[in-house]
Design a protein around this ligand. Structure first.
Ligand code: PMT
Length: 396
């Protein structure tokens, strides 16, 4: 994704400048051509030589220092960049960028930039929350700059709160997502993720092993492809992604009602949630007391949400998942037909390294026309992008 992309990394003077070294290294490893620009204050934290060695490019810091007399460096560097990333962005540089002040290499360059700009603020929590900084960040958003929400935790100044620069792996992921082709622009995509929870009493429930990783990966991939994403999810073992509308539910019934309410306006609906097929017929309002001898809990069938959508669909592309432990192909084909879906993604959940809870998955994708394609084991993130590329082709 980052191969041969020209990225200008602008480092301003905060303690998090040291993290920009790891970011430079990871971007270079991912194939990007990274050029680093530094403020004078950033040089107080990290030497130019470090960034030069990591990026294998000269460092830009002085607007009057020209490497090539045939070019004006601060204009040329932005004209030849695909993306500008300001990380860490101090309160000072944010204020300058918001107000059009151009008094050093970075601010002068960005004022002349036509390519997308990402700003990753990092500072003391009180500086971040000051109305001046909040206002300046809002101003940068109004220019179309993407702001990366700082992380929360222990800050170098001793305070605990917002203001941490995200880890370099997360920044690389966000940067790479800029280059994902926007094939789903203006499309509405609803994804269900995670397990459902069916209460027995206030402290006990029936559920399953779904972590939500597969559904969340699909939501992130659809968002990166430009879609307007709604994620309807049970309890997740991974964070809800930024930039999607997340709706938390517990039971299958709540998931059914939430999905049905929004179905008419969706272009694609992907049901990757592991929904309970049965729920206790009676939900006790008080904790169920221990009985001597065996206990029988009577279960009743839940509504099959996917099947219900299959009877109601008009223009929507409907995608189901099938969690199988045997006869994957036969069961998957039967589900595809019975639930009237356009695609069915079948995974073998008897394996420990794919399916439930794992970071990877391996699936067979069945189409309504009877054809199928095997997608080999890979991370759920990569798989999500591959799957969405197939779904996009099936859009009506
Ligand atoms: O969350 P992870 O840990 O990342 O794991 C991913 C996963 C294994 C949960 C995922 O890849 C997966 O297989 N999801 C579907 C799980 C499931 O419920 O499969 P099923 O074969 O029982 O159901 C078939 C389809 O009908 C599914 O799309 C399911 O969402 C849907 N269904 C099932 C029952 C029901 N009452 N309503 C439904 O909509």
């Amino acid at each position: 994704m980052l191969n041969d992309r020209n990225i200008l990394l602008c480092v301003s003077g905060g303690i998090a400048a040291y993290k920009a070294c790891a970011l430079t290294s990871k971007l270079v490893q991912a194939g990007a051509n990274v050029r680093v620009a530094m403020t004078a204050s950033a040089e107080q934290f990290v030497g130019k030589a470090t960034f030069q060695a990591l990026s294998r490019n000269p460092i830009y810091s002085d607007v009057f220092e020209e490497h090539d007399p045939t070019k004006i460096a601060h204009i040329d560097v932005v004209d030849t960049s695909d993306l500008i990333v300001v990380a860490p962005a101090t309160a000072n540089i944010i204020a300058k960028l918001a107000n059009g002040i151009a008094d050093d290499f970075i601010t002068t360059s960005i004022l002349a930039a036509k390519c997308p700009v990402i700003v990753s603020p990092a500072m003391n929590v009180n500086m971040l929350e000051h109305p001046a900084t909040r206002r300046n960040i809002e101003t940068l958003k109004s220019y179309g700059y993407q702001i990366i929400e700082p992380g929360v935790g222990n800050l170098a100044c001793g305070w605990i709160g917002g203001g941490r620069l995200p880890e370099s792996e997360d920044l690389v992921r966000i940067i790479a997502s800029q280059f994902v082709p926007k094939h789903l622009l203006e499309k509405h995509v609803l994804i269900t993720a995670g397990p459902t929870v069916e209460r027995i009493d206030p402290v006990r429930f029936l559920s399953n092993d779904s972590s939500g990783k597969m559904g969340v990966a699909l939501a992130e991939a659809a968002r990166d492809m430009g879609a307007n994403v709604t994620l309807v999810h049970g309890p997740l073992q991974v964070p809800v992604p930024d930039g999607v509308t997340a709706i938390a539910v517990e039971s299958g019934q709540q998931m059914l009602e939430t999905v049905l309410e929004r179905f008419a306006t969706q272009d694609i609906v992907i049901k990757s949630a592991a929904v309970a097929d049965y729920r206790p017929k009676t939900v006790h309002t008080e904790k169920h007391k221990k009985v001597h001898g065996p206990l029988t809990i009577e279960l009743e069938e839940t509504t099959d949400i996917l099947k219900e959508l299959g009877t109601k669909k008009t223009h929507q592309l409907l995608v189901g998942f099938a969690a199988e432990t045997e006869q994957l192909e036969d069961h998957a084909r039967a589900k595809l037909e019975r639930k009237n879906v356009d695609f069915l993604v079948a995974n073998d959940v008897s394996k420990r390294d794919i399916g439930f809870r794992s970071d990877d998955n391996e699936v067979v994708l069945f189409r309504a026309d009877g054809s199928s394609v095997r997608l080999p084991r890979q991370s759920k993130q990569r798989l999500a992008h591959e799957l969405l590329a197939y779904f996009k082709e099936g859009l009506r």
